[in-house]
Structure formats: structure tokens, C-alpha cells
Design a protein around this ligand. Structure first.
Ligand SMILES: Nc1ncnc2c1ncn2[C@@H]1O[C@H](COP(=O)(O)OP(=O)(O)OP(=O)(O)O)[C@@H](O)[C@H]1O
Ligand SMILES: [Mg+2]
Length: 174
């Protein structure tokens, strides 16, 4: 298992279907202000993180926050599925604009595990939606080809690295 060490000014996209463990992983590894979550942005604009009708507005808010953090060189972790076609290209374009290093964490969780984790929680996403998103999962090679500087598999990450060892200095190793 590897610790997740990121440059202090990195953009980090979590890539995985609903129920794969992205938010759990984000809470374990990062400070709340470093996490920009699509669910949280839905709640901000609609008082309901499950209100899919608020997705467009929520992503406008998410994009604004991401852009402001990247401009300032603050570590920015995107807690969204990042599986729809415009999601990752937009993030890569903004990271390049601000010359920030990019990392993708791919949630390489078997479909059966994703489905079990999804049904065992309070907020259950319809099974066909989980499968639709699961089918959009890229491979590690595809993520590299898209232009992500570093790609990690969530399954190889240590569950709870010590805070403070989490980020490298700006311009440090990736
Ligand atoms: N490594 C793990 N081992 C066992 N259970 C896990 C693990 N990671 C997450 N879970 C559980 O799986 C469920 C889904 O996790 P989580 O909410 O983090 O997924 P998510 O990818 O953020 O989903 P969504 O995209 O719908 O927000 C939760 O009940 C969580 O406690
Ligand atoms: Mg989540």
C-alpha cells in the first residue's frame, strides 16, 4: 500500500461510480476545505444533495470554486464521479491554465462491491444508474493518455496516512 502524497498545489480528481467510496476516501485523506464535492454543491443550491435537477447549477458552483482554488495554488480534490464526458477534460484544461499538477485516483472496485456498498448506505442510488456509471470507468492507460500527470488506484492507497505527510512542497515530487 502506498501513501497518497500530492503536490500542495495539485488538482486531484476522484474517478468512480456512485458507492465506490470516493467521499469516504476524501474524508480520510483530506481537509474538508480541500474537497470540492458535487453532492455538497447540490445541497448548497437546492438544500438537497440528491436533487438531480440541481446538477447543472451545482456544477457551475463547483467549477467556480475549483477555478478559484487552482488560481491560488490550493490543493483541490474533486469528489464527483468524474465519469461524464465533459468532466475530466474541463478539469485538465483549468489545471493547465493555472499550471497545476494533476492526479487522478481511479476507484478500481469490483461492480459487486460497489453495488453492495451502495445498497448498505442510507442514500441508495438506483442500481441501473450505478451500472451506467460503472460502464464509463476508464483504464489507467486511458487516464494517462488523457493527460493526467499521475494516476493512482484507490485499492493501492493506505487507508489513513498521517496528516502533514500528505502533501509535498510546491514544485516538489509527485
Ligand atoms: N473501503 C471501503 N470498505 C468498505 N466500505 C466502504 C469503503 N469505502 C466506502 N465504503 C462504504 O460504502 C458506501 C459508499 O461510500 P461513499 O459514500 O464514500 O461512496 P461515493 O463514491 O462517495 O458515492 P457517491 O458517488 O454516490 O457519493 C458508504 O456506506 C461507505 O461507508
Ligand atoms: Mg460521495
Amino acid at each position: 500500500m502506498n501513501p497518497l502524497t500530492l503536490p500542495a498545489d495539485a488538482l486531484c480528481a476522484l474517478v468512480g461510480p456512485p458507492g465506490s467510496g470516493k467521499s469516504t476516501f476524501a474524508r480520510t485523506h483530506f481537509k474538508p476545505t480541500e474537497i470540492v464535492s458535487s453532492d455538497f454543491c447540490r445541497a448548497l443550491v437546492a438544500d438537497d444533495e440528491n436533487d438531480q435537477s440541481a446538477t447543472g447549477d451545482a456544477f457551475e458552483v463547483l467549477h467556480l470554486i475549483v477555478d478559484k482554488r487552482l488560481a491560488r495554488g490550493r490543493l483541490t480534490v474533486i469528489d464527483a464521479s468524474n465519469l461524464r464526458s465533459p468532466d475530466r477534460p474541463w478539469l485538465l484544461i483549468r489545471a493547465r491554465r493555472w499550471q497545476r499538477p494533476t492526479t487522478a485516483v481511479l476507484f478500481d472496485v469490483p461492480l459487486a462491491t460497489v453495488q453492495a456498498q451502495n445498497t448498505s448506505r442510507t442514500r441508495v442510488v438506483p442500481e441501473h444508474v450505478v451500472r451506467e456509471f460503472y460502464d464509463l470507468l476508464p483504464t489507467v492507460d486511458q487516464l494517462h493518455e488523457e493527460g493526467w500527470d499521475t494516476v493512482h488506484l484507490a485499492s493501492t492507497m493506505t487507508p489513513a496516512p498521517a496528516r502533514g505527510l500528505r502533501t509535498a512542497p510546491k514544485g516538489g515530487t509527485r
